[in-house]
Ligand binder design. Structure first.
Ligand SMILES: *Cc1c(COP(=O)(O)O)cnc(C)c1O
Length: 471
């Protein structure tokens, strides 16, 4: 008995012998030799360690070993970035990739990826062109701005704007607007990195025009307003209207800069959604520059858009950091397509997925929940209770934080009296499906908000693969 382990270990085949077996040769053709050699070595090491640790471990089984190699290689080469079902109830979910884009944008991106394009080439004059020009004409048309520039995201847009306009100078911002967005973006930190000195004016809940006026010094380079998109101050509050701030800035020869966050290009009220300030309005109020995101309410690719006065945009383009923060041709291709959709606001609701999901009527979602319910209930029979519930979706990505959209979903609850870790367990099982299902946990129940369920058939079809123990 004591000798069986060393002899079993001795019985392990060599790497070379395994690599010459026909099953492994097939794997080599598919996955490439280096990855297969590495996997075979790793698994042999694991078998050796298992034999050493357990004298009673079964002898080497070549078929099982090849099966394990195949599974390991398959897992290793599966894409890390995968589609999921966003049933969180948050339409623009930052962790799930924010805006979904129309097929036409995906087609434009595929073209830009696979063929040479006139990215920085002026086809009219045959000379070097400006990469932002592909979207600038749309941005100026839609915002009323004289000029526009594009960078990697809105954080970069804010950084570049401040770095260009106020390097080593002071920027006035209301204390109530010193926001943090998604952990890594804090307005004061961005300002410091942009080389600007932040001058806080007013108090958290109230800021008046005279607070700004009294803070202006010869070192002031700009007055900034930040749209506090991810929280709302309610009750005894006061903020200075944009036209008054713009007039004050103008009086002192300073630019008034507004970070709009989402910055929807059209009035959302026409779609029955709450109002969100538009770049057009803010520029008409006298802002010199506005910045906003491409992948929030606008519904396009990740990008930071800067629109406003030509002289300032010109200086921003000349900042060496513009090069470091520039967007690639794929972003420009997607953005151009999405901006073009705004030329026809009547079609926007059908063509822009973000708006389609945000405006999806409750009866439509409720009907879908009732259709899907029996399939979910059958897949979880004996393990969980499933029922249709009313719930509230959020726009997400910091937009309109207090506004909720009425929606419908399916709630899963434990059939046991002891609820314990039920919601966590079901949540893990749903994440383990071929197309992971992401929902949310509320009061011990697992809620799937169906507002954004696009591929209903695909969702239902994979329910049979749910692996969760019986209660
Ligand atoms: C979201 C947001 C940002 C950051 O935008 P990203 O495009 O995510 O970089 C900056 N400011 C405000 C007000 C925002 O809402």
């Amino acid at each position: 008995m004591l000798n069986s382990a060393p002899s079993a270990r001795r019985a392990l085949p060599s790497v070379d012998r395994l690599l010459n077996s026909s099953a492994i040769t097939e794997l080599t053709a598919r996955y490439g030799r280096p990855l297969v050699v590495e996997t075979v070595r790793t698994l042999l090491d694991e078998s050796r360690a298992a034999l050493a640790a357990n004298a009673a471990a079964p002898a080497f089984d070549e078929l099982a070993f090849i099966g394990a190699c195949t599974a390991r290689l398959h897992a290793q080469t599966a894409p890390s970035l995968r589609p999921v079902f966003n049933l969180t109830g948050t339409v623009l979910h930052t962790n799930l990739g924010r805006a979904l884009m129309p097929k036409s944008a995906a087609d434009a991106v595929a073209q830009a990826m696979t063929r040479p394009v006139n990215l920085e080439f002026d086809l009219g004059g045959g000379a070097r062109g400006e990469r932002d020009s592909h979207v600038e004409r749309w941005l100026t048309k839609l915002t009323g701005a004289e000029a526009a520039a594009v960078v990697n995201n809105n954080a970069a847009a804010v950084y570049l704007t401040l770095n260009t306009l106020a390097f080593r100078k002071e920027v006035l911002v209301s204390r109530g607007e010193l926001i943090e967005i998604g952990g890594a973006f804090r307005m004061p930190d961005i300002m410091a990195r942009a080389g600007c000195k932040l001058v806080e004016v007013g108090t958290t809940n109230r800021t008046h025009l005279k607070d700004y006026a009294e803070a202006i010094t010869p070192r002031t380079a700009a007055i900034m307003k930040v749209h506090t998109s991810n929280y709302a101050i309610q009750g005894f509050t006061a903020a200075v209207p944009e036209p008054e701030l713009a007039a004050l800035a103008h009086e002192h020869g300073l630019p008034f800069v507004v970070d709009l966050g989402s910055g929807m290009l059209v009035d959302l009220e026409q779609f029955g959604l709450p109002h969100e300030p538009t770049p057009h309005e803010t520029l008409a109020h006298g802002a010199a520059l506005v910045t906003f995101s491409g992948d929030k309410l606008l519904g396009g690719p990740q990008a930071g858009l800067i629109a406003g006065q030509k002289a300032f945009i010109g200086r921003i383009r000349k900042n060496p950091m513009k090069r470091a923060l520039r967007v690639d041709k794929m972003t420009l291709a997607a953005l151009e397509t999405v901006l073009q959709l705004y030329a026809n606001p009547e079609r926007l609701k059908e063509e822009l997925p973000t708006l389609k999901w945000l405006t999806r009527p409750f009866p439509d979602i409720d009907a879908q929940a009732k259709r899907v319910l029996p399939h979910v209930a059958a897949a979880l029979a004996g393990r969980a209770d499933a029922r249709v519930v009313s719930c509230a979706s959020q726009i997400g990505s910091g937009s309109l934080p207090v506004d909720l959209l009425s929606s419908a979903g399916i709630a899963l609850t434990s059939i046991e009296r002891k609820k314990g870790a039920f919601a966590d367990k079901i949540s893990a099982a749903l994440r383990d499906l071929p197309v992971p299902v992401i929902g949310r946990i509320k009061d011990g129940a697992f809620i799937m908000d169906l507002r954004c369920l696009d591929d209903e058939a695909g969702f239902v079809a994979q329910l049979g693969e749910l692996k969760i123990e019986k209660a």
